[in-house]
Structure formats: structure tokens, C-alpha cells
Design a protein around this ligand. Sequence first.
Ligand code: HEM
Length: 273
Amino acid sequence: MSYDPSDDGARMSFQGRMSYGDYLHLDKILTAQHPLSQAHDEMLFIVQHQTSELWMKLALHELNAARAAIASGNLQPAFKMLTRVARIMEQLNSAWDVLRTMTPSEYTEFRESLGESSGFQSWQYRMIEFVAGNRNIEMLRPHEHREALVASLRAEIARPSLYDVVLSHLRACGFDIPPRERLDRPHLPDPAARAAWASIYRDPVRWWELYELAEKLVDFEDYFRRWRFNHVTTVERIIGFKRGSGGTSGVNYLRRMLDVVLFADLWELRTEL
Ligand code: HEM
């Protein structure tokens, strides 16, 4: 006799009931892979991008909630959420190992099918950058043809970034940091903020929560940098120095993006400690 899991209480009939697939809308998710070529590896390429977008969706959910928690002075839940975001980035970093199994010959088989589409047009990636504080309004342009998307990106750069709310919290704790004049610009290094962080790092016992907050931000950025580095290395391994499907110089563009710094004050203060 084969083992019957219903003896252990497993429900085996879902007529008229919500099942696993219904709850997760798997019919939608698992029918959303549409390779445009006959190449075996195009499925890997599609799934890798789609899963990355799902993880980015969760990262945004956590970053937005962390920002709201910090804005209301509630740091402990924000720590947990920021740790989760760093873990998500770590997860995305491991995912490159799967994509790296694809050789240049295999990618070339379906490269034409992509046309001009590229991760450069990932609006969730831009949203993550915008939430963190790296706000380049030029990056809105690839989304102008999608009214609702561009509206949500514009709305984001009109509100205080994650780092803006962190600085507001420092002000509330008594540090003298002038507010930023333009929210829709990237954060530039701010000597007043760096001086505040330096006092915090010089006396962690007194400022433990702020010190922990700073380290959570650095952790997030650290994993984010690793993602960019893994991306550019994988890209060089697969397409060398060919131009990107999105039209940029490819690896040279991505190398330039390695210089992006989200929380410059927190990195710079390390030199003076
Ligand atoms: C064979 C694999 C891949 C190749 C050859 C590749 C190539 C490139 C290139 C050349 C760019 C620069 C823009 C352009 O001209 O297209 C780019 C940007 C980008 N890619 Fe990829 N990519 C790959 C996989 C992925 C995956 C799996 C993701 C995950 C979502 C991703 C996300 C991005 C993002 C977000 C950007 C914009 C980066 C920025 O503007 O800072 N890429 N990619």
C-alpha cells in the first residue's frame, strides 16, 4: 500500500476551496514566461529577471515600511526591515551564480529577441535607488511612456528619502543638520551630517540606537554594491565590451555605476575616525 498523507490529516480535495496555487496566483506567475526564441537558455534569462523583480518588490515593501518607522521614531522595527533588505540583496547576489552558467555562445542565441529591452528600464530598480536617496531625474525618461509608472517615480522623488528621514531623526535627537533644499536630487556629502555621525561613532554607548541605524544603512549599501559588482562581472563574462541592449556602452557604463554612493557621509566618516 502506498502512503496516504490524508491519514496524517492532509487535505486532498480542493473543490470550492482556496488552494496553494489560488492563494499565490501561480496560474498568473507560471504562465508569464514567454521566450521569443527557440534557445534553451532564454528561459533562464527570463526567470532570473522575473525573480529579481519579485525580490525587488519585497525590498521596496521593506524599505518603505522602514522609512515610515524611522519617520515615527520607531527604530527597532526599522532595524529588522533593513536587515531583511540586506538579506534580499544577498539572495540576489547568490542568484548571479545561476546566470553565470550561461556562456557567451548561449546568450548570443537569443540576444536578438530582447531588442532594446534592458534592466536599465527596470522601474523597480530605479524606485529602490530613489527611495534610498540616489535620485537622478534623467532616469525617469525611459518610463515616460507609462503614465502611472512615471507618476509613482515622480511622487517618490518629491518625498523625503530613507536617508532624509534618518537625518530628520538625527535632528530630533539634537544634532544640527540643515535640511536639504531639493529632494529630487541625489544626496551630496554633507559636512554637518558627517560630523553628527562622527560624534555617534566616537561614543557608541551613548548613541547606541543611532549607531545601529548607521550600521544597518551601511550593511544595505554594502550588499547593494556587491550586487552591482556581480552584475558587471557577469555582464563582462557574457558580452565582453559589446554595447548593452539598452543602448549604453555596456560594461563601461556599469563600471561607472560602481561609483554610485548612497550614504556618502557614513562612508566618509570612516576615514576620520
Ligand atoms: C545576461 C545577463 C545580463 C546582461 C548581459 C546584462 C547587461 C546589462 C547592461 C549592458 C546594462 C547597461 C544598460 C544597457 O545598455 O543595457 C545593464 C543594466 C542593468 N541591468 Fe543587466 N544584464 C544582465 C542581467 C541582469 C539581471 C538578471 C538583472 C536583474 C534584474 C539586471 C538588472 C539590470 C539593471 C537594474 C540595470 C540598470 C543598472 C543601472 O542603471 O545602474 N541585469 N545590464
